[in-house]
Design a protein around this ligand. Structure first.
Ligand SMILES: Cc1cc2nc3c(=O)[nH]c(=O)nc-3n(C[C@H](O)[C@H](O)[C@H](O)COP(=O)(O)OP(=O)(O)OC[C@H]3O[C@@H](n4cnc5c(N)ncnc54)[C@H](O)[C@@H]3O)c2cc1C
Length: 394
């Protein structure tokens, strides 16, 4: 998703871009394009508009008009409303599948973009003025030469491992169980984040009145929940979430993902840049992974278009370092925020429970705190690149 987004952002800038993807486009096995719901921040919408794909995604993206945060069995809760921020929606929810489709469809027809798929990057060699990439295709092998290799190859990035770039990694010992459900009450555009003693449970509104559940549990509990039959599963969800959305029914397919916090120690080397999950992975507690990745895209595209427009070599370290420096603060802030929330809300100690509930009450009552949190959720913090301001790169 992140790699295709970068190619879209730079199409028409006069560059020749090859996008290499291992999974065939019509495959329903592509792990990133499953039923998982992706909460898209308002700032992500602006970037997708700049890429020209928002008008096609809009019909599949449900607006988030309110966010309701609560701590199960305790007094604290907080609400955020889009109208308080002067926007139509705080964010949107689309399935990974819908997002994947609009990003990949027609990619090959864009000016200067070639999609090579299915094809696997097997090896590469970085030289002083170019990088050479070896691909394995169904029909044989192919070699590419370019000024820059962008690794958008996910959290197990082969490019990152081959370069020997170290990662700082922390496993939460938690697994996210996801499933789409039909609520008993009519949805009103509210996204719920409910902290429970077994881990955070998010309910995100989907198009057509369904809700997407993302429930983080200990690895053992997740295994047990995955094995339940549908009615026992619904009963367990109901016990944890309560009845704000009435009685849930018609659970879709369940999937599970091990959760970790990961950050690569270097995001650029000469002629190589890491973006998206290849550079960092966060807990899905506030739905930030893809949003962070697309903000990497907006900044890297800005820096590349700028260097190319001036006739500079886009693979040089001083060009790429601008991208790494620009992105550091936002990436660290989101990692810190998600990690802090996971730790704070999974800690059973009484004083901490009290503090977090007081924190939620304070948040609910203090407009400046709400505004700060909403801006962070909307992806509108810090110095914004052109695509995040709705400006074209051409
Ligand atoms: C349960 C869950 C819920 C989430 N919810 C949200 C949310 O609400 N909001 C949000 O913003 N984010 C969310 N995320 C995070 C989001 O899904 C990821 O951040 C996003 O998918 C990362 O995209 P990516 O393109 O960087 O990596 P990936 O999606 O992993 O894509 C990497 C691509 O590279 C290809 N590839 C890898 N190696 C090679 C190779 N050698 N040759 C060729 N191709 C290769 C793969 O086939 C794949 O297509 C969630 C994640 C999980 C697990």
């Amino acid at each position: 998703m992140v790699g295709a987004s970068l190619a879209r952002s730079l199409a028409g800038c006069g560059l020749h871009i090859a996008v290499v993807e291992a999974w065939p486009l019509d495959s329903d096995q592509q792990p990133s394009y499953d039923d998982r719901a992706i909460a898209l921040a308002y700032g992500t919408r602006v970037i997708l508009e700049g890429m020209g794909v928002w008008s096609r995604l809009q019909q599949d993206a449900e607006p988030i008009r309110h966010i309701h945060v609560s701590d199960r069995g305790h007094f604290g809760f907080a609400r955020l409303h889009s109208r308080d921020q002067g926007v139509d929606a705080l964010g949107y929810v689309a399935t990974g599948q819908a997002l994947g489709q609009v990003l990949m469809k027609g990619l090959d027809d864009l000016s200067g973009v070639e999609l090579i798929c299915p094809a696997t990057l097997e090896s590469f060699a970085v030289g002083s003025d170019q990088v050479k990439v070896e691909l394995a295709l169904e029909t044989g092998r192919r070699t590419l030469h370019g000024r820059l290799l962008v690794a958008a190859d996910g959290s197990r990035s082969l490019v990152r491992r081959r370069l020997g770039i170290a990662v700082r990694e922390w496993s939460y010992g938690q697994t996210a169980v996801i499933a789409n459900l039909t609520p008993g009450k009519e949805a009103d555009g509210t996204a719920y984040e409910r902290f429970t003693d077994t881990g955070p449970l998010a309910m995100l509104p989907l198009i057509g009145g369904r809700y997407a559940m993302v429930w983080s549990l200990s690895d053992e509990q997740a295994e047990e929940v995955m094995a339940l039959d549908d009615s026992a599963f619904l009963q367990r969800v109901q016990e944890r979430f309560g009845y704000r959305l009435g009685h849930f029914s018609r659970p879709g397919k369940r999937s599970s993902y091990a959760l970790k916090l990961m950050r690569a120690e270097e995001h650029v080397r000469s002629r190589v840049a890491l973006i998206g999950n290849a550079a960092h992975a966060v807990h899905p507690i506030t739905g930030q992974g893809f949003n962070l990745g697309i903000r990497d895209v907006a900044v890297l595209a800005d820096v590349i278009a700028d260097a190319h427009g001036r006739g500079n070599d886009i693979g040089l370290m001083d060009v790429l370092q601008r991208y790494a420096d620009w992105r550091r603060r936002d990436q660290q802030a989101v990692a810190l925020m998600t990690d802090g929330l996971v730790r704070l809300f999974t800690n059973p100690l009484l004083p901490l429970r009290l503090v977090r509930n007081l924190g939620l009450v304070a948040l609910d009552l203090l407009p400046p705190a709400k505004r700060l949190l909403s801006r962070r959720f909307m992806g509108l913090n810090g110095r914004l690149p052109r695509l995040s301001r709705g400006l074209s790169l051409e």
